[in-house]
Design a protein around this ligand. Structure first.
Ligand SMILES: *Cc1c(COP(=O)(O)O)cnc(C)c1O
Length: 453
């Protein structure tokens, strides 16, 4: 057993291939379907908005996918990311448990998201795309794609939900620093934006509207593609690097996790840290995998497993996923990155097959955990990541009660340096725990598309 605090893999051990969990499920994942015909989706169906290679990655069941060398070269700016043994947190909790975290906050944009953004920008550039459009809520994804676009010489246009555009000027400034254009959504640049503004000039916008604007712009122009920061299979595949590196680093530590934890918004960082461990679980190893979501947007705990659209405007393919319904509007919270109605098909399938446990927490309980973590380990977590920390601390406290020495691994998906207003709310006692509207959820679930398969 090692007594180190941080475990670094040398750059030459940065994985050369991504891992695709879809290859190892004992029951195949249900296919994405075409919204008009309900037929299983083909790469051609996706090619209007994504480059060919990403369309193929979206549908493949190949187990290992080579990482192009120019992508590995950019990854080396921050990957392999460190694995840290949270010794001071263990001491503060007085627990016999061992707590490790994978630190994804060290990336250029401060979260796990650049790991897929760089890959997506590379394939677009390689296939002749000149411009990328995307949406962003709180701005984490917009910043990640802005950085990746700059690296590969692509123009990036980000539709940012208007309320966030106004409330989070620093994330907008970071996108502009990386050379992207950031537009408050709804805008007058798109037909969908103009229609919504005509009906409701004062709207504060939503992720659903912003997706519609970004997709519309991508479909219209031959030189433009769209990029998505979570949910889809190719995004989860890219994020497998988190788990692959963590597994090698746990080996350096001479330890193996009994519990693996990630927060779950669209599901990509959870899929990333969990994928190689789910593979072991499928092969009989005893490891608990826990996804943690906000009580205000409980997609895995309260959603239905059904075909649904990825966006409110119904422009995307139908995805088989845990969903609260594409028309469901989660209440506002400080974890913008976890406020999504659906869950990655890969994570949903994991859950359906019984490989994934779920926990849901209100945000104040998560901020308490975040502050405890910051005081012990020095790193200020993103509000999203605080959900994983809450679960990790609870499991460590249970070990203390039961006198068991479990090994816990969680993913620190990002830092919270641009979320200080959330911390200020917490410290001033202004933070509340928003509850979702149960009648609206029932309505959204009954609005789910009928799929005549
Ligand atoms: C976007 C984001 C998330 C949620 O996205 P997933 O796709 O569920 O991983 C979690 N943490 C941070 C820091 C984020 O920026």
């Amino acid at each position: 057993m090692s007594d180190e605090t941080k475990y670094f893999l040398p750059e030459d051990r940065l994985p050369r291939q991504w891992y695709n969990l879809a290859a190892d499920f004992p029951v195949p994942m249900p296919p994405h379907r075409h919204p008009a015909t309900f037929q299983p989706l083909t790469a051609d169906d996706l090619s209007a908005i994504f480059p060919r290679t990403l369309c193929e990655q979206e549908l493949t069941t190949e187990r290992w996918i080579d990482i192009p060398e120019p992508v590995r070269e950019i990854y080396r700016l921050w990957r392999p990311s460190p694995l840290v043994r949270a010794r001071r947190l263990e001491k503060a909790l007085d627990t016999p448990a061992k707590i490790y975290f994978k630190n994804e906050s060290v990336s250029p944009a401060g979260s796990h998201k650049p790991t897929t953004a760089v890959a997506q920008a590379f394939y677009n550039k390689a296939e002749g795309t000149r411009r990328l459009t995307t949406e962003t809520g709180a701005g984490q994804w917009g910043c990640s794609l802005a950085f990746a676009g700059e690296v590969f010489g692509l123009e990036v246009e980000v539709y940012m939900v208007k309320v966030s555009y106004e409330q989070k000027p620093y994330r907008r400034a970071l996108m502009e620093t990386y050379g992207a254009t950031c537009i408050p959504s709804p805008s007058t640049l798109t037909e969908s934006g103009r229609q919504i503004l005509a009906r409701n000039p004062d709207t504060s916008g939503s992720l659903g509207i912003a997706i519609s604007e970004a997709v519309e712009m991508a479909v219209q122009r031959d030189d433009t593609h769209y990029a998505l920061g979570s949910v889809l299979n190719h995004v989860c595949i890219h994020q497998s690097l988190i788990g692959l590196e963590a597994m090698a680093q746990m080996e350096m530590a001479g330890d193996e996790p009994d519990i693996v934890i990630g927060c779950a918004g669209g599901g990509s960082n959870l899929a990333g840290i969990a994928a190689p461990y789910v593979r072991e679980k499928i092969n009989g190893r005893n490891v608990r995998i826990i996804g943690v979501e906000p009580a205000s947007c409980p997609t895995l705990s309260k959603g239905r497993y059904a075909y649904d659209f990825g966006d409110t405007a119904q422009l995307t393919p139908l995805l088989m996923m845990k969903t609260l319904g594409a028309t469901f509007i989660p209440p506002g919270s400080h974890s913008g990155g976890l406020r999504y109605h659906g869950m990655a098909p890969m994570v949903s399938h994991m859950h359906d097959l019984g490989y994934l446990e779920v926990q849901a927490y209100p945000q104040t309980a998560c901020f308490e955990a975040a502050v405890q973590f910051a005081r012990a380990e020095g790193i200020l977590p993103a509000p999203e990541s605080s959900h994983a920390i809450r679960a990790a601390i609870n499991e460590a406290l249970r070990c203390k009660e039961e006198g068991t020495e479990k090994t816990i691994l969680f993913n620190l998906s990002g830092h919270g340096h641009l979320d200080m207003s959330a911390y200020m709310d917490f410290f001033s006692g202004k933070m509340s725990d928003p509850e979702f509207d149960t009648a609206q959820l029932a309505q959204a679930l009954s609005d789910l598309p009928e799929v005549g398969v």
